[in-house]
Write a protein that binds this ligand. Structure first.
Ligand SMILES: Nc1ncnc2c1ncn2[C@@H]1O[C@H](COP(=O)(O)OP(=O)(O)OP(=O)(O)O)[C@@H](O)[C@H]1O
Ligand SMILES: [Mg+2]
Length: 399
């Protein structure tokens, strides 16, 4: 039977509306992609751009949770640097092992991974699965192109939600690839800037050494040679003083040259990697890997003394959990809040600290916290059955 003209017109209108919507969506993705590239190339902090990327993908993809994770220096660990959506607050800062997690796999292969039910997928890292147990369908995309993957972007939907359509996945994948390329360009540019800064410093150091010091030295020698010819004792002693002052100046300039040639290491990155190293090391004693969360405030606001005490406190807390608690799980979180308080929290699901027991390591921790304007608090972890210990060590980060 023939279809009526109205029916054809109706389905045409539907089709047009669908095509229009599709074109609109494509346009918005392209726009978002352009914005990312522009802001990265105009020098905006890449971390800030990635936070914006996460929010854009959340808005455009119809995902319930969007997460961006970047490898730590050395590549053994991956940190969730930004997240938007359901449960986002709980996962930011989570540090995952690269070799036993899905983001690690995507990072290594450059190939996206599709997961039907994340909450039940044995390939995911346990710590991540615990915190994202509400997520079912999930896709993880490389940021960048195979062979040059800078991080990963993942989109997830609540358990029971529909999987991501192939067309939508393609769009997100190309967005992620492009964001990665822009990130790479930004990183190269900042490397080049750093290199040219170093070249300038080297040139200044060389000039100071070859020209300034040599001339001061020659002048000092010449003056010294004249001292024996001076008959007025007072004048001779003044010249000798001037020669001594020149020697001091030469020493100062040498110190400056040394400082110019030193390559400053980022103290925040060093602290992060030292924390990760201690957690890795203590995993052997514990018999399992603790879950680790590093808050964002950790970048650049911790004094060397607070950093040193923090590492000692972390080691002591983990050693206690390993030796006394008979725990099966330990969680570590470290962060600096906006008020400048550095907090280390170590919880275990073990026996708890017996009342009235003699304290030695813990007493040291309390004293050190006190010397940095802070406190040590010990209490039940509040897990199932009220078991375990929660140790909170809080100090002034800048103390
Ligand atoms: N996480 C924990 N779970 C269960 N018991 C704990 C825990 N931490 C400490 N304890 C108990 O508290 C006691 C005191 O701990 P503290 O760290 O002060 O000393 P220590 O570990 O025995 O000795 P040191 O720290 O000098 O090696 C421990 O002996 C242990 O009985
Ligand atoms: Mg101890």
């Amino acid at each position: 039977m023939d279809r009526g003209p109205q029916v054809i017109a109706g389905s045409l209108a539907d089709e047009n509306a669908r095509l229009y919507e599709e074109a609109q969506r494509q346009h918005r993705w392209l726009q978002a992609s352009g914005e990312v590239t522009t802001s990265l190339l105009s020098g905006t902090d890449p971390r800030q751009v990635l936070a914006a990327v996460t929010a854009q993908v959340h808005e455009l993809s119809g995902a319930d949770l969007v997460v961006v994770a970047l490898p730590e220096k050395g590549g053994r660990r991956i940190t969730i640097t930004s997240a938007v959506g359901d449960g986002a607050d709980g996962v930011v800062g989570l540090v995952l092992p690269a070799d036993r997690s899905l983001p690690g796999q995507v990072l290594a292969t450059g190939q996206p991974v599709t997961i039907t039910d994340y909450s039940a997928d044995p390939r995911s890292a346990e710590a991540a699965r615990d915190l994202m147990g509400h997520i079912g369908p999930k896709m993880i995309f490389p940021l960048g192109v195979p062979g040059n993957v800078l991080g990963v972007l993942s989109v997830g939907r609540r358990r029971g939600g529909p999987p991501f359509a192939a067309a939508a996945a393609d769009v997100i994948a190309s967005f992620a690839a492009q964001a990665g390329v822009a990130l790479e360009l930004a990183a190269r540019r900042s490397d080049a800037e750093r290199l040219s800064l170093y070249e300038d410093r080297d040139r200044i150091a060389r000039d100071l050494h070859d020209l300034v010091i040599q001339r001061l030295y020659a002048t000092g020698m010449a003056l010294e040679g004249t001292v024996s010819m001076i008959v007025v004792p007072e004048v001779a002693s003044r010249v000798r003083n001037a020669v001594d002052a020149m020697d001091e100046t030469i020493k100062d300039i040498r110190a400056t040259i040394f400082a110019l040639q030193a390559r400053a290491e980022d103290p925040a990155a060093r602290l992060r990697s030292e924390i990760v190293d201690i957690v890795d090391e203590m995993a052997v004693m514990l018999g399992f890997a603790p879950a680790l969360r590093l808050g964002q405030g950790l970048d650049g606001r911790v004094s060397p003394e607070a950093a040193e005490y923090l590492l000692t406190a972390l080691r002591e807390a983990l050693s206690n959990a390993a030796r006394h608690a008979q725990a099966t799980a330990v969680e570590v979180s470290i962060e600096v809040d906006t008020a400048g308080l550095l907090t280390l929290r170590v919880t275990d699901d073990g026996t708890g600290i017996p009342a009235g027991v003699h304290r030695s390591g813990l007493r040291n921790l309390a004293q050190r916290a006190g010397s940095l304007g802070g406190v040590l608090e010990l209490g039940p972890a509040g897990g199932p059955g009220g078991h375990g210990t929660a140790l909170v060590w809080r100090v002034l980060a800048s103390a």
